[in-house]
Write a protein that binds this ligand. Structure first.
Ligand code: ZN
Length: 438
């Protein structure tokens, strides 16, 4: 549980804050230390911690791995089921131009994008603390699901968009104060920008908000339509979308056809909204926009609800998100849609000549040029092959069961295979050998 209180400075280039993290040991062994990941230190900015307390007592800490990680040695072991509260003051500096990680942690063109900006406790499991180095591509976040209450003070003239729902607002002179509550969620994303306009639509109990530049409005309305259809399709096929809000926000810093998923929030690069733009060399932006919106919405189930180690087993969420896009296209356009989705996967895979590299490798094991073709291009064909092996109805049952079995937990390749084999009553070893394992 994170209680975060931050003030974003005028100019949107730094923030100062305090957080209290209530951490419960949900593992089977006692813990002698707690880690925090300080991603801004590896993303062209910085985070400086200036005081740290454990259950109210001041403690020392050390930086490791070029200050990407902060280690707190505990005075007494934290036993399974026990909880401690860690408090810290911190100052975050944000790079004024996009540097690492697609520019999702930067402040330029009037947009502040806070990707992985706050000190966060990584996953601890049988392999120890997850302290992987940051790769230049792929995702960095591997977190347990948690709850967030985040109070943000910011210049009054910017729109704030964040994970979760706004539960309180207060305006005080030139400043605004907004409080967001979110959870369970794998992390907390926040963006601040001037010039953005919102359209929204309610679907059942969920409000979908499309937040974009005023000039991009026809496309912003289309984003709402795609999001509504995707939420309906995936809610029907997997389980109900877990939140009352979904925000899709345009970002002028992200290059080309890029987009990124956060719990209850999705960031889409601005070129996707330009009806005349061409994305990925040959795809008209309106088609890429639909694909990206649906792919990132699929991550609300595969990444956020069902967590996984996105650094070491990225196929579990990325190949699944791509496969789910195929299900959406089938629901929206019938067999023509299925063919469209297969053509997209194949087009991507063909960029490496359809080489049969395993889809189940860590991000770091792929070349930058083969990561997407293999994991996003070849990956969904593995799931389509499993669907053929199990039969359509049995595979659909398996997916529903998989989502409910691992909701707010962390799935692994081994657990995925075991559950699929339980569903078919068969040995799927040859499929995993052919597609997933190195
Ligand atoms: Zn993805």
């Amino acid at each position: 549980m994170y209680h975060i209180d931050v003030a974003i400075a005028d100019g949107l280039l730094s923030l100062a804050g305090h957080q209290d993290v209530l951490y419960t040991n949900r593992e089977g062994c006692a813990l002698g230390e707690i880690y925090f990941r300080l991603y801004p230190n590896a993303a062209g900015g910085s985070v400086e911690v200036s005081s740290l307390t454990v259950d109210g007592n001041e403690v020392e800490w050390v930086h490791e791995h070029d200050a990407l990680d902060l280690r707190v040695a505990l005075v007494a072991p934290l036993y399974p089921g026990a909880a401690i509260e860690i408090g810290m003051d911190f100052v975050v500096t944000i790079p004024p131009a996009p540097t690492e990680r697609y520019g999702l942690f930067s402040s330029s063109s009037g947009v502040l994008s806070l990707d992985e900006a706050f000190p966060s406790v990584p996953v601890y499991d049988a392999g120890g603390w997850h302290l992987d180095p940051v790769q230049p591509f792929g995702d960095v976040a591997v977190y347990d699901a948690s709850f967030y209450v985040v109070r943000v003070s910011a210049p009054r003239d910017v729109a704030l968009v964040g994970t979760g729902v706004e539960v309180a607002r207060d305006d005080d002179g030139s400043r605004q104060v907004r409080t967001f509550a979110a959870g369970p969620a794998r992390n907390f994303y926040l963006a601040a920008a001037d010039d953005l306009v919102t359209v929204e639509k309610r679907v059942g109990e969920t409000t979908i908000r499309s937040i974009a530049f005023a000039d991009d409005f026809p496309a912003a309305e289309r984003v709402l339509t795609f999001a509504k259809e995707a939420l309906a399709s995936f809610s029907e096929r997997f389980c109900r979308y877990p939140y009352t809000e979904l925000d899709l926000v345009a970002n002028p810093i992200l290059p080309g056809g890029n987009a990124m998923e956060y719990p209850g929030a999705i960031v889409l690069s601005r070129p996707l909204y330009d009806p005349r733009a061409v994305i990925w060399g040959s795809v008209p932006a309106p088609a890429a926009l639909e694909w990206d919106v649906v792919h990132e919405i699929a991550h609300q189930w595969f990444f956020n609800l069902v967590g996984n180690d996105q650094v070491n087993e990225p196929w579990i969420d990325e190949a699944m998100a791509q496969y789910a896009v195929g299900l959406y296209y089938e629901d929206a356009y019938g067999s023509r849609g299925t063919r469209t989705a297969h053509d997209w996967w194949l087009g991507n895979w063909s960029r490496v000549g359809r080489e049969e590299t395993a889809i189940g490798l860590p991000v770091a094991a792929y070349e930058a040029s083969s990561y997407s073709p293999i994991v996003y291009g070849r990956g969904p064909f593995f799931l389509a092959e499993l669907e053929d092996a199990l039969g359509r109805a049995a595979f659909a049952d398996f997916l529903e069961d998989y989502v409910s079995a691992f909701a707010w937990e962390i799935a692994t390749t081994a657990a995925f295979r075991a559950l699929a084999e339980e569903h078919c009553g068969c040995d799927l070893g040859s499929y995993f050998e052919a597609w997933v394992y190195p």
